[in-house]
Design a protein around this ligand. Structure first.
Ligand SMILES: Cc1cc2nc3c(=O)[nH]c(=O)nc-3n(C[C@H](O)[C@H](O)[C@H](O)COP(=O)(O)OP(=O)(O)OC[C@H]3O[C@@H](n4cnc5c(N)ncnc54)[C@H](O)[C@@H]3O)c2cc1C
Length: 497
């Protein structure tokens, strides 16, 4: 007899959504295997900002998620634009160059609102307006980034804590320090258990079905280097050190099919001052995402991206990689006083370098070619504009550089001429990897013979095919919960079947 109905590998947002869903759908004996010790539990979900992108037609539809928001924020609903299915799906298509998996992306977007309500109602995840991340104040009105209004209360820390509490309250057993090593397949080809390693050694756990939610390979330097390249191999890791690609390897060992962009990842500009792994207590405070209001130069003194191509939450996931490709994997973000008030609060975790002239500022930076940097900034300033010409930080304002500046700055191209000037360092930090496993609409893992593997389901970062080159902020958690919920339901059904 099986010890468990469902084994869930991993304990992040996706895995715990799967465990809760399995219980909700009738699986009685559900266990969650968390490789990390208890004080490091929760995967990237703990480190996350907890922001949730979902589709809605009328801003007032979100009211049950954020009770009291109108009292807290004046004219709350006036600053929120509708974000219907077509806009969310359109954003996903646009940032992935049209490559997102048509079936999976439809499931994700179509279920996004219902998933967030399910997280709130069944998962008991309290939520709040994502004020510090996705809102900008304009003329005394708070304007929200489209589709990004709600986050888990107390961000990823609160989200993770809520999932554990709910899973435990629903009778899910959680084993800490339990690293899944191998999937067991019976003679019928069905996955029937997991070999694990814990403090006491190796054990075999049997189950009627298994859900993998063990994250990607972002913390594994060998896999990063092999699949994505040396620049990303050298990247700092923004989240958990435990996502080492174990789940992907175990599944492929029994014939699961890899899919999606194995050479791609989410990597963002972060402070260059941070260590190899982000400290757990500082979660996502390393991000340096106010660059649309800055000029970024590399150590050769050159610009290398269009800082104003799109709002940061549509470019941040690819610009980390762009910085990693620069000499020394480093850049400087330079602001003047007219945009300092727009800096995200997270910039307060490091001290800027400040000077009254651009020449003096460059003297203080570790830029190798300072003369080139000054030429770059002067050329930028000659092509840039005044705030009076229509600068608007709440939307793509079309305030672009004149002439043939390369690369151009397509929006928010304000001249840097209001001292003192502030410089913040930036490098690229990897968040998660895009390559994953092929799954069916029921989140069942597909084998390289194109047939589903009986008893094996998968969710979260391990799902391949959704993201290519880039990613719209706030999609990872909603995708994780959507496919986690489906995987848990499918695993429960398989266990009862
Ligand atoms: C700094 C940061 C900020 C972010 N902000 C946001 C945001 O605001 N909004 C958003 O949508 N997304 C955000 N993300 C992305 C988001 O966190 C991830 O998409 C999401 O958490 C992935 O969930 P997951 O459950 O797939 O993986 P994880 O949450 O990483 O969980 C993986 C789990 O598997 C466990 N594990 C790994 N290997 C094994 C093994 N062999 N055996 C047992 N357990 C194992 C890990 O310990 C962990 O518990 C952010 C990520 C980071 C790092």
């Amino acid at each position: 007899m099986s010890q468990y109905d469902v084994i869930v590998v991993g304990a992040g947002n996706a895995a715990l959504a799967a465990a809760v869903s399995a219980r909700e759908n009738g699986a009685e004996r559900v266990v969650v295997l968390e490789k990390a010790p208890r004080d490091m539990r929760g995967g990237n979900t703990h480190w996350s900002g907890g922001v949730l992108r979902f589709a809605f037609d009328d801003p007032r539809e979100i009211a049950p998620l954020v009770p009291g928001a109108e009292e807290q924020i004046e004219n709350f609903y006036d600053g929120i634009a509708p974000y219907p299915y077509d806009d969310y799906h359109g954003d996903l298509m646009r940032v992935t160059g049209g490559r997102t998996d048509p079936v999976l992306s439809d499931i994700l977007v179509r279920n996004s609102k219902e998933t967030v309500f399910w997280m709130n109602e069944v998962g008991r995840v309290p939520m709040e307006p994502a004020l510090s991340l996705s809102a900008i104040k304009k003329d005394n009105k708070v304007i929200w980034a489209r589709g990004l209004v709600v986050r888990a209360k107390h961000e990823g820390v609160g989200l993770s804590r809520a999932w554990f509490a709910t899973a435990e309250a629903m009778g899910v057993e959680i084993r800490y320090g339990a690293a899944a090593r191998e999937l067991i397949v019976d003679d019928s080809g069905k996955v029937s258990g997991v070999r694990i390693r814990d403090d006491d050694g190796m054990h075999t756990l049997n189950a009627k079905s298994v859900v993998l939610g063990a994250g990607g390979f972002e913390a594994n330097v060998q896999m990063r280097t092999q699949h994505i390249g040396t620049n990303i191999g050298n990247a700092k890791v923004r989240g958990t050190p435990h996502n080492q690609g174990d789940g992907l390897r175990m599944a492929m060992d029994i014939g699961a099919m890899p899919t999606g962009q194995w050479s791609g990842c989410h990597a963002t500009p972060i402070s260059a001052d941070w260590g190899e792994f982000a400290p757990r207590e500082l979660t996502d405070r390393s991000n340096r995402l106010s660059y649309p209001f800055a000029v970024m130069v590399n150590l050769k003194g050159e610009r290398f991206v269009d800082e104003g191509e799109d709002p940061a939450l549509f470019t941040y996931a690819k610009f980390g990689r762009a910085i990693l490709a620069q000499p020394g994997a480093k850049a400087w973000q330079i602001f003047d006083t007219q945009t300092l008030h727009l800096l995200e609060a997270r910039y307060s975790t490091s001290d800027p370098i400040v000077a009254d002239t651009l020449e003096d500022l460059l003297e203080l930076l570790d830029i190798e070619d300072k003369a080139q940097a000054l030429r770059t900034l002067k050329a930028y300033n000659a092509a840039a504009r005044d705030a009076g010409e229509g600068f608007d930080p709440t939307k793509k304002d079309g305030l672009e550089t004149h002439g043939d500046l390369k690369p151009p700055k397509s929006n928010w191209a304000l001249r840097l001429d209001k001292p003192p000037f502030h410089a913040y360092s930036a490098t690229g930090g990897i968040t998660f990897t895009f390559g994953g496993l092929k799954i069916t609409e029921d989140a069942q893992v597909v084998a390289t013979d194109w047939r589903p593997i009986p008893g094996l389901f998968c969710c979260g970062e391990m799902v391949g095919g959704l993201f290519y080159d880039n990613y719209p902020a706030g999609t990872g958690l909603v995708s994780g919960a959507t496919f986690g919920r489906i995987a848990g339901r499918s695993a429960a059904n398989a266990a009862q079947g």
